[in-house]
Write a protein that binds this ligand. Structure first.
Ligand code: SAM
Length: 311
């Protein structure tokens, strides 16, 4: 899995950015980050340069998170070969690009996006996509694969379950929801997960079961994807390290049960005597210890990472 924009997309973006002041984009990006941190939505993206600032400052990370989720799906469902994709709340088409990179089988891409400035960028970046202007619920056609990435965060938590159920109605084979890996993002994912199960869906990832989510208290289920920062991105974010870690939460729902095993839901803890694997499976949360002296078992788990699927 490559967490960076495919070369064709990177080239189109570079072309769009020719002659655009990076200083101005940086100021716009700072405003957007502050608005997102304050729980506001993308409503502040009020012009082409605001949309460009999102493309340069945020889209690399949201792309990386969607790409990471799609890579997880390919592990658990290697035969899944969607032909059509609906990217709901597509922004500049970030998740659609990540899906196109994951599945060569995709021939039809539709996007739903209420913001005209995002739609303009999305259409330029993916001319073959059909883009609908509208609010959630405006897409009545759906697709094999329906994706909503970083969209529930912009809706009240109390309606996250209802939105997920509406998206489920237009899902042919798989629904994927990706959110920021924050307590608020996870709260929406958890509400969506519970509503989807109640509507008859099965959970394919990250959970390997359809039981109630065992996460409680202040804990939240999230994962992390590292991605390199481009020179532009470093300037824009005034960053000192050439990478960033995007934390995300997600849920994948399918009409049939396809998942089993366990998921590593936190970084494994390695020590001299062995390794502790924080797992979630249908028995709940557990932290098995695999001793180094148990050579075969240790070899089988020693390279496993946070987010990995344990068969
Ligand atoms: C943070 S951006 C995410 C864009 C893109 N999916 C990504 O992963 O980079 C949130 C997107 O959700 C869209 N959005 C917010 N509320 C929406 C609604 N009620 N219906 C449809 N889209 C919505 C916004 O216009 C924006 O494009």
């Amino acid at each position: 899995m490559n967490p960076v924009f495919p070369p064709a997309l990177a080239a189109s973006i570079a072309q769009m950015l020719e002659g655009v002041s990076r200083k101005d984009l940086a100021q716009r990006a700072v405003k957007q980050s502050a608005a997102y941190r304050a729980g506001q939505n993308s409503g502040g993206i009020a012009g082409r340069d605001d949309a460009l600032a999102y493309l340069l400052a945020r889209a690399p990370a949201t792309f990386a998170a969607s790409a990471a989720v799609f890579a997880r799906i390919r592990e658990i469902a290697p035969d899944f070969a969607p032909q059509s994709l609906a990217d709901i709340g597509a922004g500049p088409g970030t998740a659609a690009w990540a899906a196109m990179a994951a599945w060569a089988s995709l021939t039809t891409v539709s996007m739903l996006e209420p913001n005209a400035h995002f739609r303009e960028l999305a259409q330029k970046l993916m001319p073959q996509a059909s883009i609908i202007a509208g609010d959630l619920g405006a897409d009545k056609t759906g697709a094999d694969l329906v994706v909503a990435a970083y969209v529930l965060a912009e809706q009240p938590e109390r309606i996250a379950g209802a939105i997920a159920c509406d998206l489920w109605k237009i899902t042919g084979k798989m629904l994927v929801l990706v959110e920021p890996g924050t307590p608020q993002g996870f709260a929406r994912i958890r509400a969506a997960r519970a509503a989807l199960i109640a509507a008859g869906a099965h959970i394919a990832a990250p959970c390997t079961h359809d039981k109630a989510c065992p996460m409680s208290g202040d804990d939240w289920c999230h994962f992390s994807q590292r991605l390199p920062r481009s020179r532009d991105h470093m300037t824009l974010k005034d960053a000192s390290v050439p990478f960033e870690d995007e934390r995300y939460s997600y849920v994948v729902a399918t009409p049939e049960k396809i998942s089993s095993g366990a998921r590593i839901i936190k970084p494994p803890v390695e020590s001299k005597p062995g390794i502790v694997l924080p797992l979630c499976d249908e028995t709940g949360l557990r932290n098995p210890f695999v001793a180094g002296r148990d050579k075969e078992a240790y070899r089988a788990v020693r390279k496993l990472e946070w987010g990995d699927w344990v068969r």
